[in-house]
Design a protein around this ligand. Structure first.
Ligand SMILES: O=C(CO)COP(=O)(O)O
Length: 249
């Protein structure tokens, strides 16, 4: 049985005060034995969030990581820096990074490796746009996104990675993929990995992201190849986020 994981991606939302109140409210709703729940907060709040989550069941993650280890890369944050703040996870290749900030398949692969070199678990995001889906390119886009990382880091690296399928057309639109639409792609991804290494494929956590809410989480998470979710908007509300987490158990 694979463990489930529910990750909140706060994106560029919140404040110092909101970080404190949201972390505290989520932690208050968890039991000490709970596992598989993480918040990915803006970089500047990692220090506060690290203190708030230390010794609690709530894990911490970043929303990105540099594709280089150090040096003259103005504005970037390295994996070793993240490591100083108890970051267990780092999202890489989110579609908003790919679309607005030019992250390429190659740079995403470098970010993925940089995270792993510091013992941080990358949450590798893949997914097609609406246009690509309508042109029957969903699987070829996902192949390209995954192959760039597989070629650079190897199949074994996925023993310590998470994949998130996030169809771009479902992100922040309120238009979620149906349970079956999501499962179809998750199954495709798992079979792709299984063709290279069955054991890695069997244990790989594949999360679904895109308008996951408390009322649709249960159906999505019940699908055989969906192992949890990467939650945007709904992770900014502690009660709703905890409900989504409960749906994963
Ligand atoms: O992009 C997402 C998580 O990374 C999904 O965002 P929403 O849940 O707001 O659609």
């Amino acid at each position: 049985m694979r463990q489930t994981l529910v990750a909140g991606n706060w994106k560029m939302n919140g404040s110092k005060a909101a970080t404190e109140s949201l972390c505290k409210a989520i932690i208050a709703g968890l039991n000490s034995s709970d596992t598989g729940i993480v918040v990915c907060v803006p970089y500047v709040y990692l220090s506060d969030a690290a203190k708030l989550t230390e010794g609690t069941p709530l894990d911490l993650g970043a929303q990105n990581v540099a594709d280089q280890s150090s040096g003259a890369y103005t504005g970037e944050i390295s994996a070793s820096m993240l490591n100083e703040f108890n970051c267990k996870y780092a999202i890489v290749g989110h579609s908003e990074r790919r679309t607005y900030y030019g992250d390429t398949n190659e740079s995403v692969a470098s970010r993925y490796s940089q995270a792993q070199q510091q013992g941080i678990v990358p949450i590798l995001c893949v997914g097609e746009t609406l246009e690509q889906r309508e042109n029957d390119q969903t699987f070829s886009v996902i192949d390209e996104q995954l192959d760039a990382v597989l070629n650079a880091a190897g199949i074994e690296s996925f023993a310590k990675a998470v994949v998130a399928y996030e169809p771009v057309w479902a992100i922040g639109t309120g238009r979620t993929a149906s349970d079956e639409q999501a499962q179809e792609v998750h199954q495709y991804i798992r079979q792709k990995f299984a063709a290279k290494n069955q054991a890695i494929a069997d244990q790989l956590q594949i999360l679904y992201g895109g308008s996951v809410k408390p009322d649709n989480a249960k159906g999505l998470f019940a699908m055989p190849d969906i192992d949890g979710g990467l939650i945007g908007g709904a992770s900014l509300d502690a009660e709703g986020f905890l409900k989504i987490y409960s749906a994963s158990k």
